[in-house]
Structures are given as structure tokens and as C-alpha cells.
Write a new protein. Structure first.
Length: 202
């Protein structure tokens, strides 16, 4: 299991996680709800109990680049530790249930559970590596190469075939590959060189 897909608090059960913070709050969010905006004040860490979210940045013209997609067992908002503003926005891709843990409780947890502190350090290093690769890809690869890389990252092997289970629109794929527009991505996707992973059969 990769670091990205490990439970957020290694060695703790669900009730243990809840017990870590007397002030923890569980909230539900509908699909397509903005949970955090880039530049917001920092006050909590968010643990995903169910559903999926996307982490993204956008400019004033609305152009968006997706940085990550996270699901159950993952968390976001660890930048809470430096008390600076949020560095990216987060939106739900489907109905979600999240647990919010105040930053003071996270700081106390780091002091009382060294194993969690090390887990968080590894998590931050992993995300720094991922962002480095993302910047490198945007700067040095064309859209076709980024599209190919993304499909192979999303694909799973089923009976000797690579299958992409996640359903993504062309706009979502454009956002995740850094294409300037959906039309430029469509041109790439229509290329006879397009990679082989397929969507699951109905």
C-alpha cells in the first residue's frame, strides 16, 4: 500500500481518531461543494470519511489545474500547521462526509504521538515530490504526453487490459492535464496515437 493510500492516522481505528479531538466535528457536503478556497484562513485539518474531493488552483479567468483527487482515509489541510492561508481550493466530486479537527488538537497530537508526526512528515514529502513531478510535466511535456501519463496512473489491470474505472469529462481531463482549453484537449484525445486504457464496459 502506498503512503498516499494509507489510513490517515496509522495505527488508530475510526473511534480512536474521533477521540483524538473533543472538538472534532463531522459534516456532510453535497456534490460540487467548495469546502475550501485558496487564500482562506487556516483553522482545521479535514479527514475524508466517505466520498471524494479534488484539490485545485484556478486563476481569475477561471482556468483550473487539478492537483489531486483524494478519497476515504485521506486528509487535507495539513498546511494548518504554519497558520498561513490555504494554498489550494478543495471541492467535492460526490457527496462527502468529513471530520474537521481543530489545529490546536493536531498540534497536541503531534506532540503526544510521534508515529503520527513521522507519518505526516512522510505525507508532506510525498506531496512535495508529486507537485515537483506535476510542475515538471507541465513545463516539459506536451498535452498528449500528460494525457498518456494520467490514463496510465488511473488505469487498473483487468484480465490483461488496462481499464480506467473513474468517469471523467473532457473538461475534467483537461483540468488534470493542464490543457489550455477543452477544445485543445479534445484534439489531443482524438489523435490516432491516443493511449490504450479503456473505460469499463457497462
Amino acid at each position: 500500500m502506498s503512503e498516499k493510500h494509507k489510513p490517515p492516522f496509522t495505527g488508530f481505528t475510526g473511534p480512536d481518531v474521533a477521540a483524538l479531538s473533543k472538538s472534532a466535528v463531522t459534516r456532510t457536503y453535497p456534490k460540487n461543494t467548495i469546502i475550501l478556497n485558496e487564500g482562506d484562513e487556516t483553522d482545521s485539518l479535514y479527514v475524508i470519511l466517505s466520498g471524494r474531493v479534488k484539490v485545485f488552483v484556478a486563476n481569475e479567468e477561471g482556468r483550473e489545474i487539478m492537483l489531486d483527487v483524494q478519497g476515504p482515509g485521506e486528509y487535507f489541510g495539513e498546511m494548518v500547521l504554519d497558520e498561513g492561508p490555504r494554498s489550494a481550493s478543495v471541492m467535492t466530486l460526490e457527496p462527502c462526509r468529513l471530520q474537521l479537527i481543530p489545529k490546536e488538537d493536531i498540534k497536541a497530537l503531534l506532540q503526544s504521538h510521534p508515529e503520527f508526526a513521522m507519518h505526516l512528515v512522510r505525507k508532506l514529502i510525498g506531496r512535495a515530490r508529486t507537485l515537483t513531478e506535476h510542475v515538471k510535466s507541465l513545463a516539459l511535456e506536451n498535452v498528449y504526453s500528460r494525457f498518456t501519463r494520467l490514463l496510465h496512473e488511473l488505469a487498473t489491470n483487468e484480465d490483461g487490459r488496462l481499464v480506467v474505472q473513474e468517469k471523467l469529462s473532457q473538461q475534467e481531463l483537461a483540468n488534470r492535464t493542464g490543457a489550455k482549453s477543452r477544445s485543445s484537449f479534445s484534439t489531443c484525445a482524438a489523435s490516432p496515437r491516443s493511449p490504450t486504457p479503456r473505460s469499463p464496459r457497462k
